[in-house]
Design a protein around this ligand. Structure first.
Ligand code: NAD
Ligand code: WQD
Length: 354
């Protein structure tokens, strides 16, 4: 089943990989993004890899009229994948209203434009962060979708609210379907070294920071907390290769079209937890030297363990994460080594010739 998909936030990290996978699978892709945290160069990279170029509109997701114009121009759009959002947990504690405005407000504008144009399938980028601290509940690690939700920061609360808005909208509108995809920790890049994560400011997440340490843009990694109840004292996360994550969206779209499931949440993770120091070791191995780090206090709002129980997605979506942590580290290394300035430079000729 292929069709035409509108992707909000499609020039961002996960959106770009999902666009690529969709094009490869025969879908047509139309991206709207205001380039707040991404660059149009991504479109060239997608084209370099798969020979097809998504259509692109510079539209703010909170601008319902702007979105409406895109839907009117492309009546062939049959589904939406909604990535556009602000995503820095730390920043969300400083500017919570801006996070609610863009994330929650943007989703409401999008649903309005979809409704006007009779588009009824939405796949939404939710996050494992909606679970908050799952270790405080009994037997909830690895985390199943029925684990009580309780995010610990404004960013996470925007995701929880959006889930509720979509759920209520789908329930009150027959024929609509919503996939709430709760991502665990995306990692890695394209194995060609041509596409990867290119955060515009100071990264917040572990892997882009490790990448910057490896290329010398940063002196060392700060390891936040060594007094957690894990094998080495550092916190546990479920790192999933971004290509596996992207494929999960295609499986979810197919589910919405084939089975009309209404609104449903699915975890997208591997089911395997790794500590911060496991990641430092895995990445150091690929880079070929020990990456420097310094132990620091726990980061505010962090939790001990976010490891997915991915069984529901495995069974219902027929999707499973297949790529290894080593592949994620290798691909990340190839990306940062060849694109130290991210998308602000052309990729080296040898990658293009490969
Ligand atoms: P990203 O910042 O790379 O991509 C988000 C995209 O949205 C960017 O291209 C940005 O320019 C765009 N955007 C932001 N505000 C916009 C606006 N007002 N109008 C239009 N476009 C706007 O982030 P990502 O890592 O690719 O994340 C994609 C989605 O997945 C987000 O919703 C994020 O919250 C969610 N998510 C990410 C992670 C993660 O660790 N990366 C984990 C769980 C969930
Ligand atoms: C992973 C581990 C840190 C940086 C966040 C959001 C979540 C989702 C993914 C977005 C933690 C440790 C990190 C550093 C460190 N985001 N760490 N030194 O916190 O699991 O999840 O990003 O949509 O919603 O909450 O990911 O990569 O920031 O951290 O020691 O410099 O690495 O403490 O244990 P996290 P992360």
């Amino acid at each position: 089943m292929a069709g035409t998909v509108l992707i909000t936030g499609g020039t961002g990290y996960i959106g770009s990989f999902t666009s690529l996978e969709l094009l490869d699978a025969g879908y047509d892709v139309i991206i709207v993004d205001n380039l707040y945290n991404s660059s149009e160069e991504v479109l060239n990279r997608i084209q370099l890899i798969c020979g097809k170029r998504p259509k692109f509109y510079n539209v703010d997701v909170t601008d319902e009229e702007g979105l409406d114009r895109v839907f009117k121009k492309h009546p062939e759009i049959d589904s939406v994948i909604h990535f556009a959002a602000l995503k820095s947990v730390g920043e969300s504690t400083e500017k919570p209203v801006e996070y609610y405005r863009v994330n929650v407000g943007g989703t409401i504008a999008l649903l309005g434009a979809m409704e006007k144009n009779n588009v009824k399938n939405i796949v939404f980028s939710s996050s494992a962060t909606v679970y908050g601290d799952a270790t405080k509940h009994e037997n909830m690690i690895p985390i199943p979708e029925h684990c009580p939700i309780g995010p610990t920061n404004p960013y996470g609360r925007t995701k929880m609210m959006i889930e509720m808005v979509i759920q209520d909208h789908v329930e009150s509108h027959p024929g609509w379907n919503g996939a709430l995809l709760r991502y665990f920790n995306p990692a890695g890049a394209h194995p060609s070294g041509i596409m990867g994560e290119d955060p515009q400011g100071v990264p917040y997440n572990l892997l882009p920071l490790l990448g910057q340490v490896a290329v010398g843009r940063r002196e060392k990694l700060m390891v936040y907390g060594t007094d957690y109840a894990s094998h080495d004292g550092t916190a546990i996360r479920d790192y999933i290769h971004v290509i596996d994550l992207a494929k999960g969206h295609i499986a979810a779209l197919a589910k919405l079209h084939n089975d009309n499931p209404g609104c449903r949440a699915w975890n997208l993770g591997t089911g395997k937890g790794s500590t911060v120091l496991d990641m430092v070791k895995a990445f150091s191995k690929v880079v070929g030297r020990d990456l420097p780090y310094q132990v620091a206090e726990r980061r505010k709002g962090d939790v001990l363990d976010l490891t997915a129980m991915p069984t529901r997605a495995n069974i219902e979506l027929g999707w499973k994460a297949k790529m290894t942590l080593e592949e994620a580290c290798k691909d990340l290394w190839k990306w940062v080594l060849n694109n130290p300035q991210g998308y602000r430079q052309s990729p080296p000729q040898e990658l293009l010739d490969a």
